[in-house]
Design a protein around this ligand. Sequence first.
Ligand code: PLP
Length: 402
Amino acid sequence: MILRLPYNVDVDVLRESPTRAINRVVEQLRRRGVDVIMLSTGEPGVPPPREVRMWLSKFLEEESMRLYSYTPSPGFLDLREAIVDDLRDLGGIELSSDQVVVVSGGQAAMFSTLASILTPGDEVILMDPTYFGYWNLLAFFKAKPKPIVASLDREFQPDIEAIKEAIVRGKTKALILVSPDNPTGRILDWSTAKAIADIAQDYKLWIIYDEPYRTLVYEGEHIYMYKLAPENTISLYAFSKDPGIPGWRLGYVYGPQWIIKKIGLVSEAITYNPPSIAQYLVLTYLRNREVRRRHIDYVRSVYVKKRDVMVEELSKIRGAEFFKPKGAMFIMANLESILKPVGYDGGKLAEKLLLEKHVAVIPGEFFGRSTTFYIRLSFPTETVERIREGVERIREALEDLK
Ligand SMILES: Cc1ncc(COP(=O)(O)O)c(C=O)c1O
């Protein structure tokens, strides 16, 4: 009898997320009475709509178990139907409810999806830079990342020729794309999206399309990859950004029914079901279309003002290069011309900023090899005044280095 070893994953490779590591230091600084300007978090700055919170509070008053019971593993059918309607309304996508599985947040969406498609040794193409969570998970599942540099001078659009060159038939399993992007704020443009869809179909690859910032678009339009390659695309969404419930852990995955079924089984194996209270909140939100639309418009208007202030302030730093984000919550600033001559990189700068200037940012090295001289700044959580103050302190820190 041949024994199959169960070691298909590698726990030792897991690393703490940089946002969490920074938050730990921030917590210690705060205990000492230090006020830290937080330009590091990928969290929303606006709570869910008041109406929705009020409706939910009525459920809490009920003398029943409805809010506290297990739910179906893939989420309430009502919620999956509401998601199908939402995707039709916002994206013109036609799905059935069994093409949607509700999971416990974006991280769980990533985990369950990768667990369902990867076997050790598979190659996966991803952008450099990309969301840090993917590097960790690919190592965990013993897949081989094949990073493709998406450079600032191309406004972080994926390089189609480089993608084609990186594909090895039979070995490359998937291509991961985030749009609107974390950390760069670029939105995939139409011709690039179409080219990627064609490649995925030709080479029989999965496109893992991570779109949690889909409604946070300030210029341009979100492209639904599912429409271009429905048989090859697994789309991931989290309600962490819209309606803004990161602590309540809710998201979903949609795509071909057979793979969604597998993803649902992985999700069930981890958590049994996604949190019931978050499902009720989101169901109420999605079913009240007017409230939903007003909320998205409001959040966008708040964030776009903050983005513009951050852009204005960063423009005052001589030598800083960056792309004005068209969506999401972040700006990646390239400080190579300032940092390299003095033997600094983004990591050393981030440490100095946090400990001496009390401004939290994320070093670019967490997103890829090509961005070691970058820092990522986020704009939703702090006020306009504190964003100005934070970027001014960054300017001062860079002046100190000269
Ligand atoms: C691109 C991307 N994917 C996934 C996640 C994880 O989502 P969640 O916070 O819901 O786990 C994030 C969170 O910032 C993200 O930016």
